[in-house]
Structures are given as C-alpha cells and as structure tokens.
Write a protein that binds this ligand. Structure first.
Ligand code: PSZ
Length: 284
C-alpha cells in the first residue's frame, strides 16, 4: 500500500482527497516543492524547505508546520513507501473556503499534501544531451514564487513535446529567462553564464548547487541576462532541475550547439554534482 500525507496525517494514498473548494484547486492559490530522493534520502532538503517558506511568505500563507516537523513527516513518508529512488511532491494551499478571490475573512487551515513517486535518473539523456526549442516567455512577473499556477509553463512544455523536444527555453524578447521547468546555462570561452535569480525566474536549488560547484572548481560564472544571440553562439548549453540534474543541451531550435556533443565544462559539473549527491545520500 502507498501512503500520502494530508494535513499532517499519514493516510492511504487512494483516500487522499481534497475539497472542490480548496483554493489550490479553484485558483491555483498555493505553492509547491519537488524534492529528489536518492538511496532513500532527501537531497538538499533544507534548501527546498527554505524556498517553500519563502514562497509561502510571499503569498501570505503561514507555514503549517515547523521545518523540523515537516522533515520528520517526509522521512516517515519515504520509509513507509519504501522509496529508494524518486521524488516527493509537496504542496501547500491556502485551504478550503467559499469561492471568493480575496483571501478568506476568517483564517482557514492551510492544506498540506505530500506523496512520493518512483523515478529513475535520466541516465541516457544525461550522457547524450537533449533537444530544445525557443518559446516566448508568457508568464507573470513573480516567477520566483514556486506557485501552483503553471499554465505558462505547461503550454511552453507542451509546444516542446509536440516538436519532439525535451524542453522549451523561454525568452522575453531578446533575453533568455529559463526553461519551462528548468534553469538554463550557457558556456562561452570557459565562462558560465546564467540568468540572475530575480523575479523573472525560479531560484533553482540545482542552480544553487551548481553555483557552489563553480566556486569549488574555479569555474568562472556570471549571473546576468544573456541574449538569444549569445545562446546561439554558445560553446555549451545545459539545463538544470531537481529531476533533470545537469542536462546537456545539444540542439536549440534545430541548430546544433557547439559540435553537437556535451561539452567539457558541462561534464565537469555533472561529475561534481554526482559527488555532491553521494556526499549527502551515499553511493549511486
Ligand atoms: O519532475 C520535474 O519535471 C521537475 S522537478 C522540479 C522541476 C521540474 N522544476 C523546477 C524548476 C521550475 O519549475 C522552473 C520554472 N525553473 C527552474 C526549476 C529548477 O528548480 P530546481 O532546481 O529547484 O528543481
């Protein structure tokens, strides 16, 4: 039997149901996290829970449990579900209230839901790289909040899927922002460049780990806006996310990146990333 957490209670996953007036369901009024599990252990869990706290704070929901309580609950969920390799999906909505755009006048209990899913590492793609396409960024201007409202993201990803691409790289005019569910990096003359973590993108946890790896491995990095032109002229391009890790991009809009193979800096960062996983979660 698989378990889920519904408001702090461990219950049978098939019994985990939410009310039709849950504000997450009606308005997308909530936030979420996806945490990677390797060897039954959560990777960078503190960073995810800190980001969750920030997302909650920025939409005025009070954190329903302490970070410590939540960590213990998630550890119990992993153990109960006997999960070795996969993810935890975790979301908090403002709660259940009669439909009205403004927040409920009477305070309601935020609704916490968490469940697990088995998921392999995308080994083949990590080795060979993936194809991507360009899509105009149609999203709102608070992409730093990990909001349940994902219409812009899913419409972009659907375009990519229909074109046989792994990811859609979004841009606002000439400025490259991020993928539909990933951060994007370019390498030019050994310099790594990625969009600054402002309100136009999500501050990816994987991105944060990469920035740390760059400091440790003396890889120069610039967090600044880069253009479509710079993307097209890059020596290497890669994307990052909790489930995609550090994924080489070998094609953008039908045009080969560099010589069409994953580049040396991408490879170096991938190796460093695996070391970091093994440090936190044990040998892969
Ligand atoms: O399973 C999946 O497809 C996942 S798990 C996490 C994501 C996708 N995406 C997170 C994300 C995002 O939604 C956007 C818009 N930008 C960047 C990222 C990368 O964030 P981290 O590294 O925290 O997963």
């Amino acid at each position: 039997m698989a378990f889920a957490i519904l408001n702090g209670q461990l219950i049978d996953r098939s019994e985990a149901k939410v009310d039709i007036e849950d504000r997450g369901y009606q308005f997308g009024d909530g936030v979420y996290e996806v945490i990677r599990i390797y060897n039954g252990k959560m990777f960078t869990v503190n960073m995810h829970l800190e980001r969750l706290a920030k997302s909650l704070d920025s939409i005025g929901i009070s954190f329903p449990f302490t970070e410590q309580q939540l960590t213990e609950m998630l550890e119990m969920l992993i153990e109960k579900n006997n999960l070795q390799l996969g993810i935890i999906y975790l979301q908090v909505t403002r709660g259940v209230a009669p439909r009205n755009h403004a927040f409920p006048a009477e305070p309601v209990q935020p609704m916490l839901v968490a469940y697990t899913k088995q998921l392999e590492r995308p080994i083949h793609h990590l080795q060979n790289g993936v194809k991507t396409m360009l899509v105009e960024d149609m999203r709102w201007l608070r992409c730093d909040i990990k909001s349940l409202n994902l219409l812009g993201n899913i419409l972009a990803k659907q375009k990519a899927a229909e074109s046989g691409c792994f990811e859609a790289i979004q841009h606002r005019g000439q400025a490259v922002t991020e993928g539909s569910s990933t951060n994007v990096f370019i390498v030019k003359n050994k310099l790594l460049i990625t969009h600054p973590s402002d309100q136009h993108i999500l501050r990816g946890i994987t991105k944060e780990v990469i920035l740390q790896l760059c400091r440790e491995h003396d890889i120069s990095i610039e967090e600044r806006v880069f253009t479509l032109e710079e993307l097209a002229a890059a020596d290497e391009v890669f994307l990052s996310s909790t489930t995609s890790e550090i994924m080489p991009i070998t094609e953008v809009d039908g045009k080969m990146v560099g010589n069409g193979l994953p580049g040396p800096i991408t490879r170096k960062l991938q190796a460093g990333f695996v070391q970091e996983i093994e440090k936190q979660c044990g040998a892969l």
